[in-house]
Design a protein around this ligand. Sequence first.
Ligand SMILES: [Fe+2]
Length: 459
Amino acid sequence: MSPASAEAATDMVAAERPHLHSGSGRVERLLARFHQVRNFTNALCTGLEPEDCVVQSMPDVSPTKWHLAHTTWFFETFILKKFVPGYRPEIPEYAYLFNSYYNAAGDMHRRDLRGLISRPTVRDAQRYRASIDLHIENLLSNADEKLLDDIEPILVLGRHHEQQHQELLITDIKHVFAQNPLYPVFRAGRARHSVRAEERTATECRPYRFVDFEEATVAIGHDGRGFAYDNEGPRHQALIPVFSLASRPVTNGEYVAFIEDNGYRRPEFWLSLGWMTVNEQRWQAPLYWTKHDGAWWHFTLSGFRTVDESEPVTHVSYFEADAYANWAGARLATEFEWERAALDGPIDGNFVEDELFHPAPTAVASAFSAEKTAQNEHLHQMFGDVWEWTRSAYSPYPGYRAAPGALGEYNGKFMCNQYVLRGGSCATSRSHIRRTYRNFFQPEKRWQFTGIRLARDPA
Ligand SMILES: [Fe+2]
């Protein structure tokens, strides 16, 4: 996406923007947040060319163009078609092309064939975004309080849905660029939070330690204040036996020690399915890692560079996280242990707004936490940087019921064969993450910013 085309789309909205009624503070607030999220998606595409936006490098990856259109289809399908009397889509075929997995919303194009669609063009997708944004503005600007009550929950869900796709857009374009021998750069440099090497050396070798937690019965799940996905409830009591949690995630340097101790060639550390995957896929290191002249290098969104040993290791599967923990004489935390440990600390860290697009070294990450409670002084990088694999299978909380209709397909139907990850990553929005947030992926997936934090039982 060239900046020019993004600007053209924005100008189109500005030129035709309806005038809001006076006293419409609620509408202005809703629209401000709506546009903030929509504009950030466009901003992420600054610097991308149309050719970048159409590639699908593997079935899990969607082209940037598809993300731009699918997030727009969400607002059109679940808001405009439902709440605008007589609404007629300008291009009805988009409903088939840009539905992802909502069976109740109609048939859909095959996910693994998204990269074969050259039309609509990237520019068409931007026009679609601008057009739907304008319809949303018109609808909200003329809505009474009762209608706003009906629309607001879906509008908020659509915003969070788009933030999820922003993260996927970033991890997907990383996978696309990583296939290219020219190693294109998504964002140059590490401008905002870069640190000099001499500032890092003091902390980069600081070992992690284990923070102890007594047995307790803890309320797990969202308390109903503010937005949450349905999979974060119902809130319920969970008995959490005594455990210890590592003070920070596993670093690249620590992971290199596992590799050099033949970790990828010793079946005793691996789950059976993990060992099968290691051998089938010939894994020898995290995704994007290569060895050159005796040194580890990896592809990042800022280009190809040597592995910094003080950064949290990322792009590892659940299988690798579990094998590393076994090698280290530890285990992964349950999602309940993780949530309990995160209860007292601030939600602070290296998120997508920091524009590093990469996990920060420990020294930098500590600087992100301006405000610390006593507990959190001991736990670093719980939020942001890397999603932390837990050993908890992604399954429903006691009493969970998916909502009826298409939006009920958002989470519940994926509760099978996946593991829960916690805490968000460097590609997650700060306003999107929560202590109760449950992300989930299949155990062999590696293209998200996924990492490892160790836990252990009492000796
Ligand atoms: Fe989606």
